[in-house]
Design a protein around this ligand. Sequence first.
Ligand SMILES: Nc1nc2c(ncn2[C@@H]2O[C@H](COP(=O)(O)OP(=O)(O)OP(=O)(O)O)[C@@H](O)[C@H]2O)c(=O)[nH]1
Ligand SMILES: [Mg+2]
Length: 347
Amino acid sequence: MEPAELRRIARTISTVENQADGTDEVLAQAYRLPRWADVIGVTGPPGAGKSTLVDALTAHWAANGERIAVLAIDPSSPYSGGAVLGDRIRRTRSVGYANTYFRSLSSRGHVGGLSETATDLVAVLSLFEFRRVIIETVGAGQSDVEIHDTADCTLVLTVPGLGDGVQASKAGLMEIGDVFAINKADLPGADDAMRTIENALGAAYMGNPGISPRPNIPNPVSSSYAVSPGLAALRRRHGNFGEDDETWVPPVLKLVSTDNDGVPELAQTIDTFIEWSDRTGRRRQRSRERAYAQVMRALSALLLAPYARAPGAVQIPSAVDSWVERIAGGEASPLEAARALMNKLPR
Ligand SMILES: Nc1nc2c(ncn2[C@@H]2O[C@H](COP(=O)(O)OP(=O)(O)OP(=O)(O)O)[C@@H](O)[C@H]2O)c(=O)[nH]1
Ligand SMILES: [Mg+2]
């Protein structure tokens, strides 16, 4: 990419990230694209090797001439004025490819939330003809679980020796992964980590890793089978074994990202998942769910606008203020206040 194009991309992203003037026009255009970039979310504990892997995956795909963009989510506070953790972007292998673009994205200060901004930025990057967008999350906190709202394929990375299965399930990561990988497989304990993850997945899925065809037996899952909310969510996303013709059973791979070991196989698995979710309509279903959530957020922002406090403002808007006083004085409940305010909404 020419410097002028890189500047144009950077400027457009900043406009949308800051919701500055011009955002509505850019998004109106970007959301009308017939097809967006494939989005790969990479999550996992701090230091698991996410950046190393993202760099290796970027180089792998960039070598085919594809345009790849990377968004690295930066946990530093906008108030500290800079990256506290520093090196969120690690470029070794991909640095020689002109068809790549790296950018860090603050995890805070987004009006509609991080996943809303990330989705908008994917639309913008698609406008600049990127074929793939890889998003690296922080590895601790909300952004890790949120990423699967935006990603077409969520990759959960773990490392040997952390009691990973337990850690991942605590963080809610078992319930968002489309593909799992044990990085640092050169260290002792990789096979144990792999078994732990496979056992945890085995409790939720039947069938072999990858695309698992419907077995030639009656539906083994009776209607009285207790389905946890997590399992129900997985089935919506990956197919319901025994009911759909094909189910996706998340594979667990081993990697040594620093040596590029296992990276081409991982890239292939990600592509297989994205093709499967395109073919079975799963991807479309996910974008519909995302679009619904986005409409709800946009609608509530518009409806609340007359009552909302400007960012950073201390003063509560007057229409709400008298209710706030009454609630604080023990004269009304919040629900009564909301009902009364809603009846006075400008239409
Ligand atoms: N032994 C070994 N070390 C690795 C491997 N992959 C990455 N590392 C090392 O692990 C350290 C952390 O790697 P990063 O890629 O920065 O990890 P990260 O998950 O992006 O870290 P944060 O973004 O800070 O959470 C670095 O010193 C890497 O060189 C691997 O496969 N094997
Ligand atoms: Mg990193």
